[in-house]
Write a protein that binds this ligand. Structure first.
Ligand code: FES
Length: 91
């Protein structure tokens, strides 16, 4: 089990340690912001922030983010009624 912070909340993933973070985010935590594109860290569609730095979640094993802070697109909102500039751009 890997415990980490996801968009400010403490969570635990029960997937195997070598499972890509992308699959844990989408499967366990219903985070639909990061997408599967190339699967080889080239396109960036799976990008999330880990400790404030952009990482490609398709190639990062979930065990690598133990006790770290992960932020997805959904976690960027300033509040429920105020979107982050990046979210507004997607909209
Ligand atoms: S899916 Fe393309 S970089 Fe991760």
């Amino acid at each position: 089990m890997t415990t980490f912070k996801l968009n400010g909340k403490q969570v635990s993933s029960t997937v195997a340690d070598d499972t890509p973070l992308l699959y844990a985010l989408r499967g366990d935590f219903e985070q639909n912001g990061p997408k599967f594109g190339c699967g080889v860290a080239q396109c960036g569609s799976c990008s999330v922030l880990v400790e404030g730095k952009v990482v490609r979640s398709c190639v990062m094993p979930v065990s690598a983010i133990k006790n770290k802070e992960v932020t997805t697109l959904d976690g960027l909102a300033v509040s429920d009624s105020q979107l982050h500039a990046l979210q507004q751009a997607f909209r």
